[in-house]
Design a protein around this ligand. Structure first.
Ligand code: SF4
Length: 168
C-alpha cells in the first residue's frame, strides 16, 4: 500500500502562503529527510544540505521569513515536489510523541484542515493514513528513523489517533 496522496489539494496549497516558510532558521518544522530520501537526492545529483544531528533541511534566511532550500518563493512552489520527503507528503498530518506515546496528529494552522476537520472525508483519509502507517514494513522503517516523529508543542497541533505500533 502506497502512502495516500497528500490530503490538501494542490490548487489549494498553491494559493496559500503558509507552508515551506518558517519563523526561524532553526525551526523544528523544517523538513526531515529519511536515509532513503537522502540516497535518492544523491543519486539524482540534487544538493541537499542537512543539519548533521537532526537530518532536517538547513533553512534559508530572508528578511521576511526563513524558507526551505527547495522552495521557490517567487512561484510559491516546491522545486522537488515529486521527490519531496515523507515528512512533507504527510503534512498537514504529522507524527508526534507525547509522554512516550506516539500519535497521528494534524496541524490546524493549515487552512484546508481548518475547513475540513471532522468531516467524513477527513475521517476517511485518517483511516487510510493509519492503515498505511500500520503496515509492518512502514512501521518498522519509521521506528528505525524516529526523528520523523516530532515533539511539537504548538497549540495548532491536535493529536488524533494513538499509534502504539510506532512506540519504543
Ligand atoms: S521539500 Fe518542498 S514541500 Fe517540503 S518544505 Fe521544502 S519546498 Fe516545501
Amino acid at each position: 500500500m502506497k502512502i495516500p496522496s497528500q490530503y490538501t489539494p494542490q490548487n489549494f496549497c498553491l494559493k496559500c502562503v503558509g507552508c515551506c516558510r518558517f519563523s526561524s532558521v532553526r525551526s523544528k518544522w523544517s523538513p526531515y529527510f529519511l536515509p532513503e530520501e537522502i540516497k535518492l537526492f544523491k543519486k539524482r545529483g540534487i544538493p541537499l544540505s542537512l543539519r548533521p544531528k537532526t537530518k532536517k533541511a538547513k533553512l534559508i534566511f530572508s528578511k521576511d521569513y526563513c524558507f526551505c532550500p527547495f522552495f521557490d518563493p517567487e512561484k510559491n512552489r516546491c522545486t522537488v515536489y515529486r521527490l519531496r520527503p515523507l515528512d512533507c507528503t504527510l503534512y498537514p498530518f504529522l507524527l508526534e510523541e507525547k509522554r512516550e506515546k506516539v500519535y497521528l496528529a494534524v496541524d490546524k494552522n493549515c487552512s484546508y484542515i481548518a475547513e475540513q476537520f471532522g468531516t467524513r472525508e477527513f475521517k476517511a483519509y485518517l483511516g487510510k493514513l493509519f492503515r498505511f502507517l500500520k503496515q509492518p514494513k512502514v512501521a518498522g522503517y519509521i521506528r528505525k528513523n524516529r526523528r520523523i516523529i516530532g515533539n511539537l508543542t504548538e497549540k495548532s497541533v491536535v493529536s488524533l489517533v494513538r499509534l502504539p505500533f510506532l512506540e519504543k
